[in-house]
Ligand binder design. Structure first.
Ligand code: PHE
Length: 339
């Protein structure tokens, strides 16, 4: 008996089936009703009792070896290696897969949020469809201001006026309405102006505006905040300069330039040989605006600033045509992979 077990094991070990059919043949030959193993188990009944334990053990072992091997062959050749219910061919090579990249406007926005977060500013957001009060009246725009004209603003309805916001200063008004003082917010968002589309202008663009209202806020605070922002954004060598300007909601008002990074201030085609690049508008919140929004201008003062994200991204990444931001051409977008 032991001799036969040995023989069967040896012959079995030489088998090398090449397809499912031959595996099935082997299975019938060894484990089938008249198979070698079945016969061995029949004969097992007749061996002396004292030998049963030992022989039973090797017999069972052989059976499980053969069963396992047949199972493995079946798996190798069988269709069942494919996941059930699909026609996926897992042996195919993977499809070339590329990660997307962040849009330059999102990159600049995220960076700005991080910079101002460090100074204690939190993000405040508001609606793109606004009323006259939040975009113009609460910001001290006179009745006859040209921005209120159809030529400059997209109106959805007239009287009462419903319009697409032309700046995110409207969100600052909302923060003054809702929040307790002191207020320190930055308002990123999309804005709309009725302008002809060109390399330098678009009817849709993005802004971030900041507002800080507290006791004893001074122009020096504004200047220091903006200097910090400029150095963080454009590099520690960056210088700033403020030029007097005018906005209905700030007094005094200024426009800020940063020194041109490309030529280091010597003058080049990017800065039009001035050494400076215009970046943002800013100023001390006009006391009228504070009063219009229920804030006592004798106790509180504040500063505000606002900038176009497309402009910042243009300066930072040397993009020369604003329209590229909106075309979603992957050849353009892919260039921002490493930022
Ligand atoms: N709201 C102004 C604009 O859209 C920018 C600005 C904001 C200027 C705050 C001064 C203070 O151009």
């Amino acid at each position: 008996m032991e001799e036969r077990i040995k023989q069967i094991r040896e012959t079995f070990s030489t088998l090398d089936p090449k397809d499912l059919q031959s595996v099935e043949k082997i299975r019938v030959e060894y484990l089938g009703r008249n198979g070698y193993l079945t016969k061995l188990f029949d004969d097992f009944k007749n061996i002396p009792n004292e030998k049963k334990k030992e022989v039973g053990k090797i017999l069972n072992q052989l059976k499980s070896e053969i069963t396992d091997k047949i199972e493995t062959w079946k798996n190798v050749f069988s269709e069942s290696t494919k996941p059930k219910g699909t026609n996926l061919d897992l042996s195919l090579e993977e499809y070339p897969f590329e990660f997307g990249t962040r849009h330059p406007i999102s990159l600049v926005k995220n960076e700005l949020v991080e910079i101002f977060k460090y100074l204690g500013f939190t993000v405040y957001e508001g609606p793109e469809i606004e009323d006259d009060w939040h975009v113009f009246s609460a910001l001290n725009f006179p009745e006859e201001h040209p921005a209120r004209d159809m030529q400059d603003t997209f109106f959805i309805e007239k009287k009462p006026d419903i319009l697409l916001r032309t700046h995110t200063s409207s969100v600052q008004v909302r923060s003054m309405e809702k929040e307790k003082l002191p207020i320190r917010v930055i308002c990123p968002g999309r804005v709309f102006r009725n302008e002809a589309i060109s390399a330098r202008a678009h009817c849709i663009f993005h802004q971030i505006e900041g507002l800080y209202i507290d006791k004893d806020v001074s122009f020096a605070d504004l200047k220091q905040t903006l200097l910090y922002f400029a150095k963080e954004m454009f590099g520690s060598e960056t210088k700033i300069r403020l030029r007097p300007s005018y906005f209905p909601f700030t007094e005094p008002s200024a426009e800020m330039d940063v020194s041109c990074k490309l030529c280091g201030g010597k003058g080049c085609s990017v800065c039009k040989y001035t050494g400076w690049l215009e970046v943002l508008g800013c100023g001390m919140v006009d006391p009228n605006v504070l009063e219009l929004n229920g804030i006592d201008s004798k106790i509180y003062s504040g500063f505000a600033f606002g900038m176009g994200l497309e402009r910042i991204a243009m300066l930072k990444y040397q993009v020369r045509d604003l329209r590229l931001y909106f075309e979603n051409d992957v050849r353009f977008l892919k260039q921002f992979k490493n930022y």
